[in-house]
Unconditional design. Structure first.
Length: 207
């Protein structure tokens, strides 16, 4: 005899798996071909579901896109929450850089679309507003981690609201170089680039 509530749990599990498959399909499309390849039909084909099923979970490809971005940003937040503040500012940046690099590897070529649809003004869907909120939360988490690391080391950060934005953009730049192999063309090892860049970022934001 079935226990009361088991069908509901099974239905929720199936729904979560379908949502996961839809997002995984979309992320693969973005990584391989960019935002232009992201259509509901292509997402559905990759997930092994119908286009109608995709619309049960998302209002369209834009909502799928911002959900992916939010999920990756939340992973960056999780990395920031777990890292030991005692390793210092540069250490924290080195620890979180792999998550930022993975975000950029999978979604970087679609960054202009995300900026236009999520960060720019204009009418927004609930999903877009949520993704923009997660982005702000990620910058807040970054700022908080840097501040706490500075306090542990007896350092003082530059007092400027642009600081977390600049640090984020600098890390994205490092991630882009790591992915494209720019530094290797000049015979600079990736680990040396990371060490130099994170140290330079620390020096630039400490009074």
């Amino acid at each position: 005899m079935a226990v009361r509530g088991e069908p509901d749990r099974a239905a929720r599990g199936d729904a979560e798996r379908r949502r996961h498959d839809i997002l995984a399909s979309a992320e693969q499309l973005l990584e391989e071909s960019g935002y232009a390849a992201l259509t509901v039909r292509a997402i559905a084909a990759g997930a092994g579901v119908s286009a109608g099923t995709v619309y049960q979970y998302f209002s369209g490809k834009e909502d799928v896109f911002v959900a992916l971005t939010a999920r990756r940003l939340q992973r960056v937040q999780a990395a920031l929450a777990e890292v030991d503040r005692g390793i210092g500012i540069a250490g924290i940046l080195r620890e979180v850089l792999p998550e930022i690099t993975e975000l950029w590897r999978r979604l970087g070529r679609s960054a202009p679309q995300w900026e236009a649809k999520v960060l720019a003004g204009g009418r927004r869907s609930k999903g877009v507003v949520t993704s923009a909120t997660v982005y702000r939360e990620t910058l807040d988490a970054l700022a908080g981690a840097l501040r706490e690391a500075a306090e542990v080391r007896g350092q003082t950060l530059v007092d400027d609201p642009a600081l977390p934005h600049w640090v984020w953009d600098a890390l994205v730049g490092v991630a882009d170089d790591l992915l494209l192999g720019g530094a290797r063309q000049s015979r600079v090892r990736p680990e040396r680039l990371v060490e130099f860049a994170t140290g330079a970022i620390e020096r630039s934001i400490v009074v």
